[in-house]
Design a protein. Structure first.
Length: 290
């Protein structure tokens, strides 16, 4: 009887020790903002495997008061975003003036063109290869209520770099018409924060201060415009490129002036098949990082 009691006590002590040594796994809850915009945090135990993306990005419309001038946006995440902890390049696409709106579901439908439309059509690649490396963008298409200032764009950049897993050495800004002008204006104040810009028929005039900020921070530029633009003069783009070139900035600012009438330079500029030096605009951007 005494031996049986001793054996039972030994078994109980060993079991207690083994149980106390078992590692606890904590799975964080999903982070949610006030608009039910769910931004997933991957489980702590999942390995950060750099598995190539094979499916197109997932784009959703979200109404949320993220800044005083932006109450909604489209968010496109790589399909495997929730499968690890890796960080991704961020591409901000800024719409034209006709797409200004309050961020509601109906107003967000005004946004068109650029990477937003390619993602909507499911023709935007899952990944781009540049320099032998594969990259998948997080693409944000914010809707502004009024013409955005450089600070408005910066507020959007700050919001998403705090909410999503962004590689902050690879933040890129592009936009068309009003959005192209906002791209120039943002770069003219916050060039040190971004890796490259691609303004398309940008509605902004160059100033010495903006040009010096861009040049002093060696910000790569590829600007597009139609020479027969009847809404935003091609001289806007030519003025920036000439002023930047005169500052001898490196890399040398790049311009593409299409021999075409009308305002729409964006269909060609954002096309995956339009390439110079064997690179489309997305591959060109990914050459650069901070």
């Amino acid at each position: 009887m005494k031996k049986a009691v001793v054996k039972f006590l030994c078994f109980a002590i060993v079991s207690l020790i083994l149980f106390s040594c078992k590692k606890e796994t904590v799975v964080p809850e999903k982070e949610t903002n006030e608009s039910n915009d769910i931004i997933s945090t991957p489980p702590a135990t999942k390995p950060d495997l750099d598995i190539p993306e094979t499916q197109p990005p997932v784009q959703v419309a979200i109404t949320s008061n993220i800044t005083p001038n932006c109450n909604g946006y489209y968010r496109a995440l790589p399909a495997r975003y929730d499968s690890g902890t890796k960080k991704y390049p961020l591409l901000i696409f800024i719409h034209g003036q006709s797409a200004l709106g309050n961020g509601s579901a109906d107003d967000l439908k005004k946004i068109s063109g650029g990477p937003y439309s390619l993602i909507k059509k499911k023709t935007f690649p899952a990944a781009f290869t540049t320099g032998g490396k594969s990259f998948s963008f997080i693409v944000i298409s914010p809707q502004f209520k009024a013409w955005p200032s450089a600070d408005d764009v910066n507020d959007v950049v700050k919001y998403f770099t705090s909410k999503l897993r962004i590689d902050q050495s690879r933040i890129y800004i592009t936009g068309l018409s009003m959005g192209g002008g906002a791209t120039w204006d943002y770069a003219g104040k916050y060039a040190s924060k971004i890796a490259a810009i691609a303004p398309v028929c940008g509605a902004s005039s160059v100033t010495d201060a903006k040009a010096k900020t861009i040049a002093n921070n060696s910000l790569p530029v590829w600007a597009f415009h139609n020479d027969g633009d009847n809404k935003v003069s091609v001289n806007n783009t030519l003025g920036y490129i000439t002023t930047l070139s005169n500052l001898n900035m490196k890399p040398k600012p790049k311009k593409t002036i299409y021999e075409a009438e009308g305002h729409d330079a964006w269909t060609k500029a954002y096309s995956l098949t339009y390439k110079e030096n064997n690179m489309n605009v997305y591959e060109w951007m990914l050459q650069y990082h901070r």
